[in-house]
Write a protein that binds this ligand. Sequence first.
Ligand SMILES: Cc1ncc(COP(=O)(O)O)c(C=O)c1O
Length: 377
Amino acid sequence: MSTYIPFAEPCFDETEEEAVLRVVRSGWVSTGAEARAFEEEFAAYIGCEHAVALNSCTAALHVALMAYGIGPGDEVIVPTMTFTATAAAVAHTGATPVLADVEPVHLTLDPEQVRSLITPRTKAVIPVHFGGRMADLGTLMELCGEHGLTLIEDAAHTLPARDGDAVAGRIGHASAFSFFATKPITTAEGGMLCTNSSAIADQARRWGLHGLSRGAEDRYRPGKRAQYDVDRPGFKYNMSDLQAALGRAQLAKADRLHTRRTAIAETYLRELAGSDHLELPPPDTETNRSSWYLFPVRLRVELDRDEFRQRLHTLDVGTSVHFQPLHHFSWYRENVVRAGQTFPVADSVYPTLISLPIFPGMDDKAVSRVVSAVSAP
Ligand SMILES: Cc1ncc(COP(=O)(O)O)c(C=O)c1O
């Protein structure tokens, strides 16, 4: 048996197997009753009015922006410390992503940076809850309110997370979750758009299914009309019932998965507290809870991050890096970064960042092995 500890791994048992079999045997595997049920259950879990199941978080961000009418000539502010999908979704609409630096503690969008980047063309802001720790949505929502901007939460990493009364996915005008294979819950690939606006949910649904007035489920069933209208060149972003069945099984155990992630994070925080070469992420407080999708540590700046990762790899400990800032990539440098713009926080932190393994299936022995491996500089 492999002793390799991956950076992340999905957590499935017989409930997911049974869920997938149920759909396979039902004769209907595309978007249908399972997807609708997943949407209802997800909306209830988050505490929002509407949830639209899609085939990725990227798709959810894209249709949210389309639903808000964002397009060519518009600007949308996003953090540079994120995965390319956050900004690429903006570019897909024809709008310009505007990169902002992050604050140094949680590495989430810095509201002061956002304030300085707002222009008459700014239409929206997309904060990312980095690693599962919520961005400062209170300040950002206030700022958006002052300037008439839409706030779309990139909640790819959060299920669940909260900051006081603020629950990730419930505060912004819309929010986008990811169910990619490494995420807190997974449908292999998948995403969900949440919103309290029925108009935005309807628009997002329409954009996400070719612009069709009626989906396949509503046309192929016995006695249903075959005709439909197409009122825009929409995208093919719908979630299949196979994925939705996985999602429902995962959602039912989301709190249990989160409890285990939190326990692993607490062990790391306790066991690595004395390290003189690692800076640890801030712990949870009574009211501020991370999803602990990531456990990002910072290596003392004199040490070589890539050599350190390589040494962990030889000890059978997988790690990852979140994130190479977007302004380091050629497309963003050539098309997005403004003359003279600097990103001091992202640039100073990025070379030191390592994400340690954290996933609910990790047993205590694996956690101890990671602690031992990273304890030596
Ligand atoms: C912050 C962030 N946003 C968006 C995405 C895109 O998610 P998906 O792969 O579901 O499209 C990711 C994926 O890792 C991410 O980390």
